[in-house]
Design a protein around this ligand. Structure first.
Ligand SMILES: [Ca+2]
Ligand SMILES: [Ca+2]
Length: 83
């Protein structure tokens, strides 16, 4: 791949070559659906810090690289918004 030569090239590479693009945000329990069970799973994880069965990438609903109570709020907002 040629080296990026301008800032716009760098942005393009980051957006389109990023393997971490997540299309299943909010599916905390990894069952391919985003619903109230994911809110429960996320709260359970926060209380227990036991990440077994938890998809941490999907659990970071607000995409700030941390999984915390703010993601519960974001997940509920997402469910209420229906998307
Ligand atoms: Ca789910
Ligand atoms: Ca987060």
């Amino acid at each position: 791949m040629p080296r990026a030569t301008s800032p716009s090239d760098i942005v393009y590479v980051e957006v389109f070559d990023n393997p971490n693009v997540n299309t299943n945000i909010g599916d905390v329990n990894n069952d391919n659906e985003v619903n109230i069970a994911d809110v429960t799973a996320l709260i359970d994880f926060l209380l227990s810090q036991d990440s077994s069965g938890i998809n941490m990438d999907n659990a970071d609903v607000n995409q700030d690289q941390e999984v915390n109570i703010a993601d519960v709020t974001s997940l509920i907002d997402k469910l209420l918004a229906g998307n």
